[in-house]
Design a protein around this ligand. Structure first.
Ligand SMILES: [Zn+2]
Length: 145
């Protein structure tokens, strides 16, 4: 599965977070956690679990009772895919400002900042003077004079 193919709805995402947190989890445990966190019916939770299995995001081990669920995709992979999808819907010229916005609005450790500085210095060596718009005409304001 390519990372851009990941489609997880917001409610399914809540289930995935429980599975990512525990790595292996039973559906009774998911039901218990859900009842503490959300106002969902148990049938809703069961439907969500079934859908995630069907979509291939959850593995089920039915050799044990109750069956064990585990993630078929990593949390990192799913998060990156979500962000990449959003970014791909923006003009390439607007992406730098978005990254700056994220840096401004999120707490970062010294190590993370050092890593970013290192990466930016490296990126600067081959960076173009201006970013080229790759949008088709009509999809951004770059083509309007
Ligand atoms: Zn553009």
């Amino acid at each position: 599965m390519s990372s851009t193919d990941i489609t997880i709805t917001p409610t399914e995402w809540e289930i995935m977070r429980m599975v990512w947190a525990e790595q292996t989890i039973t559906s009774p445990k998911i039901l218990e956690l859900s009842s503490n966190l959300f106002d969902w019916k148990s049938s809703t939770v069961k439907t969500l679990i079934g859908r995630l299995i069907e979509k291939g995001y959850l593995n089920k081990d039915t050799t044990v009772r109750p069956m064990l669920l585990s993630p078929a995709i990593s949390e990192e992979e799913a998060n990156y895919s979500r962000i990449d999808e959003k970014v791909s819907q923006m003009c390439t010229k607007d992406r730098g400002a978005l990254i700056t916005h994220l840096i401004e609005n999120n707490e970062l450790s010294i190590d993370e900042i050092e890593e970013m500085i290192h990466f930016l210095k490296e990126k600067k060596q081959t960076a173009p003077k201006t970013v080229t718009c790759l949008c088709p005409v009509g999809q951004c304001s770059c083509h309007i004079n």
